[in-house]
Design a protein around this ligand. Structure first.
Ligand SMILES: [Zn+2]
Length: 83
């Protein structure tokens, strides 16, 4: 893994802005999501545990951890509960 110096991050600002365009819903750690799709364990409720370009969610019933692209998740969410 390569560490990116701060100055390179500043130069790549356009890229950051582009990414920002697609982040429509700001998922937050601890939020409870009800998904349209039911997990094989029979549960549809997940908890947000990691945020970034991809979102890490944990199944509330079987504790399965899933990393899912933000846009895919936005399309799959039925409702969001903020703790
Ligand atoms: Zn599950």
């Amino acid at each position: 893994m390569v560490e990116i110096p701060v100055w390179q991050l500043a130069e790549g600002k356009d890229e950051i802005d582009m990414a920002g365009k697609f982040e429509r819903y700001p998922f937050k750690i601890g939020e409870i999501l009800t998904l349209k799709k039911i997990h094989p364990c029979g549960n549809a409720v997940w908890v947000v545990e990691r945020v970034g370009q991809e979102i890490g969610i944990r199944c509330r019933k079987c504790s399965h951890f899933l990393v899912i692209p933000r846009r895919t998740l936005e399309k799959s969410v039925k409702s969001i509960e903020t703790p």
